[in-house]
Design a protein around this ligand. Structure first.
Ligand SMILES: CC(C)(COP(=O)(O)OP(=O)(O)OC[C@H]1O[C@@H](n2cnc3c(N)ncnc32)[C@H](O)[C@@H]1OP(=O)(O)O)[C@@H](O)C(=O)NCCC(=O)NCCS
Length: 184
């Protein structure tokens, strides 16, 4: 499958290379970074997550791509597209996701990468709509969904203790191709 690589003003979104994984996990697998994602992962969970991201790229031609900052070439996180596959939730729909190293938050990098990913979803991969999933406490994540113009879909919410053992609920946002075209 052709290698994926696109550029935004400040970022490169591309397929993962061997040297990306260590700085990515070192920068994001922290109590704060993983607060709403099930907590800090052990080495077995890290290996499982890497294998999943690699399998998405292999099977679908898209994944949560690595984000490289142009200003200093640093790996500052990931953002991109998978197919929804969480147990109990929607299955197979395009799903956007993001995770950045802490010192890159609050500078618009996640939104910049997300806009590019949504554009790829609709123009390159033919997505009819794109979902985004999070937990009610993750206001940084659902705040970004709202800033992207995604619509809350309470009808798609589902019960899951994967990421939020206390509340046990996943909330869903969605954006369809027509809404995106109107906005662009
Ligand atoms: C979710 C996450 C990616 C959001 O990142 P973020 O940096 O807050 O998101 P954005 O890129 O949209 O940045 C928005 C902020 O940057 C500010 N900003 C600064 N410079 C900016 C610029 N040039 N352009 C746009 N926004 C800019 C905005 O004002 C906004 O700040 P505010 O929230 O104080 O108003 C981040 O919190 C994260 O990685 N969390 C941990 C992993 C996680 O939970 N992932 C989601 C799982 S569902």
């Amino acid at each position: 499958m052709a290698e994926f690589r696109i550029e935004t003003e400040r970022l490169i979104l591309r397929d993962w290379q061997e040297d990306d994984w260590e700085p990515f996990f070192a920068g994001t697998n922290t109590p704060e970074g993983m607060r709403w994602l099930g907590g800090v992962m052990d080495s077995a969970k890290i290996a499982w997550q890497r294998a999943r991201l690699e399998s998405y790229a292999r099977d679908n031609g898209h994944t949560f791509w690595v984000l490289q900052r142009k200003a200093d070439d640093r790996v500052i996180g990931m953002c991109g597209l998978k197919r929804a596959n969480q147990a109990g939730g929607p299955q197979g729909d395009f799903e956007i996701g993001w995770r950045l190293v802490r010192d890159a938050w609050g500078q618009g990098f996640a939104k910049e990468a997300a806009v590019a990913s949504l554009d790829q979803a609709f123009t390159r991969f033919g997505a009819p709509h794109v979902l985004a999933l999070t937990v009610p406490g993750n206001s940084a994540s659902w705040g970004l969904m709202e800033r992207l113009g995604m619509r809350r879909r309470t009808d798609l919410d589902f019960a899951s203790k994967d990421f939020d053992p206390v509340g046990g609920r996943i909330i869903v946002y969605s954006l369809d191709r027509r809404e995106w075209a109107k906005r662009a």
